[in-house]
Design a protein around this ligand. Structure first.
Ligand SMILES: Cc1cc2nc3c(=O)[nH]c(=O)nc-3n(C[C@H](O)[C@H](O)[C@H](O)COP(=O)(O)OP(=O)(O)OC[C@H]3O[C@@H](n4cnc5c(N)ncnc54)[C@H](O)[C@@H]3O)c2cc1C
Length: 461
């Protein structure tokens, strides 16, 4: 890959990919494989394919999908397992395929796959941040403005900016509070082992934070606080993802679907299957399940059912679940369901975390030396950090997605402008498509989106 001390502004790129996490890297892999050569990828990180998920160095941070389902190439399901097997001579490929590999190895795998593409040395990694992307009316090209002040000319732009973590609103915390973001792996690992820690949020980012603390020999109490107090559930042994379709579910509203899914689970369990397999079989139908709900039912799902859906659908490796269980059983980790009312200074130089428990009226408080913000992904583009989304909004180049989540898109990811018109030269993939597709975050979806976006660009020449 070409080092880019400062991008040349006189070069027109066929494609500029904004964001070099997993999604941007997958698009670059596909564009190179299709023979495109003038490609730039804008990513501030020194390494591609890290992003929030794969930037961790901790071997305990595992993928939450088994290796046989994590190939970068949907037409070659064994690709990632072969990469792992090549590094572990003698290991049984079937066992590797069923295993949850360390996430750091996955980032390495994507970089390895990128480096194996013909012409990979022509890909320009611009270590910068995109802050704006206006259209040049004469050519129809986009001028991607970078934080450094440089500009890139782009025939096509791909928005692969991925996940942004939600911030804790300023009114909820005091200025002196020691707060680490769960995705700031080094900051979480820097927390002293005796500190009393309160993790806000109980999803996958909380799990990461607990694993980091445990790996550091943490001895202090760990409190977990979230509105529902629901933790991700573990995977079972792997089974077939194919089975009954969803035709019978599509005409139903949210409560009817839950009843029908429960029925499927009961029948599966009676036949000796783990409950997880019933959810796995819904996996390929996420988009159809989402799109078939009308607006009211989607709102109902987002308000009442999404947490329950998430813990069943986005599960964790059994060995990870075992760590959480051990810490809970030992009394070191407790989970509270309630609303965060505020984080105030306390008399011991730490924080007093005030909460209203979900099932009791009385306000409660707990002490914490450190707070870990694990409140998850910000889906509202108007609240995302960074200038890019706001600039695109101001220019009328993007619209918030349905129900205010992500941005509006159609087809293979053509971004809709403020008038709802698809732009064939501004593409999006990944988390920003959530309002459109719902299932649009994990590799099994990203690799298909990346292929389709690349096919669209190369077909246009
Ligand atoms: C902690 C965690 C664990 C996960 N584990 C799994 C898993 O096991 N299996 C699975 O399938 N999925 C997993 N996921 C889902 C995950 O979202 C995807 O696998 C994938 O990492 C998403 O990649 P992305 O490139 O879309 O987003 P990101 O990883 O968020 O990458 C986006 C990149 O864009 C860059 N960027 C953002 N804005 C700009 C800008 N203005 N200019 C330039 N660059 C910019 C960022 O620096 C970042 O590198 C996990 C997610 C998280 C957060």
């Amino acid at each position: 890959m070409m080092p880019a001390p400062g991008p040349r502004t006189d070069v027109r790129h066929d494609a500029v990919i904004i964001g070099g996490g997993a999604a941007g890297t997958l698009v670059a892999i596909r564009l190179l494989a299709a023979g495109l050569r003038r490609i730039a990828i804008v990513e501030p990180d020194a390494m591609l394919a890290r992003g929030a998920a794969y930037a961790t160095d901790l071997p305990e941070h595992l993928l939450n999908v088994i290796a046989s389902r994590m190939s970068a190439l949907d037409e070659d399901p064994g690709h990632f397992v072969r990469f792992l097997a090549a590094e572990q001579p003698g290991a049984d490929p079937a066992t590797l395929g069923d295993s949850f590999a360390p996430r750091r190895d996955y980032g390495r795998y994507l970089r390895h796959t990128l480096a194996a593409q013909p012409g990979h040395e022509t890909l320009v990694h611009v270590r910068d941040r995109a802050v704006d992307a206006g259209r040049d009316d004469a050519s129809g090209d986009t001028l991607v403005q970078l934080a450094s002040g440089n500009t890139l000319h782009a025939g096509h732009v791909v928005l692969a900016v991925g996940n942004a973590s939600r911030t804790l609103p300023a009114y909820l915390r005091h200025e002196g509070a020691r707060i680490a973001d769960a995705w700031d792996y080094a900051a979480v690992r820097g927390i002293a082992p005796d500190a009393e820690v309160c993790i806000i949020g109980s999803g996958l980012s909380m799990v990461d934070a607990v694993l980091s603390l445990a790996a550091n020999g943490h001895r202090g109490r760990i409190h977990v606080l979230s509105r529902h107090g629901l933790m991700p559930l573990p995977h079972a042994r792997s089974g077939s993802q194919h089975g009954a379709g969803v035709d019978d579910l599509l005409p139903l509203g949210v409560p009817g679907r839950w009843r029908a899914i429960r029925q499927r689970v009961s029948e599966g369990v009676a036949a000796g299957e783990p409950w997880q397999w019933s959810f796995d079989r819904l996996r390929h139908h996420g988009e159809a399940l989402w799109r078939s709900l009308d607006d009211d039912e989607r709102r109902r799902f987002l308000r009442h059912a999404v947490r329950y859906w998430d813990i069943h659908r986005h599960r964790i490796a059994p060995q990870v679940a075992a760590v959480l269980e051990q810490l809970q059983a030992a009394g070191q980790l407790d989970v509270a369901a309630g609303r965060l009312l505020g984080i105030e200074p306390d008399a011991h130089g730490g924080s007093r975390v005030r909460l209203r428990p979900r099932h009791a009226g009385q306000e409660q408080a707990l002490h914490a030396d450190w707070i870990v913000n694990a409140t998850g992904v910000e889906t509202n583009i108007d609240l995302r950090p960074g200038e890019l989304m706001q600039a695109l909004r101001t220019r009328g180049r993007v619209l918030p997605g349905r129900h205010g989540i992500g941005i509006a898109s159609s087809g293979v990811g053509q971004v809709l402008d403020a008038h709802g018109r698809p732009d064939p030269r501004l593409l999006v993939l990944g988390a920003l498509r959530i309002g459109d597709l719902w299932e649009s975050i994990a590799i099994p979806e990203l690799r298909v989106q990346a292929r389709q976006v690349a096919e669209h660009i190369t077909a246009r020449g």
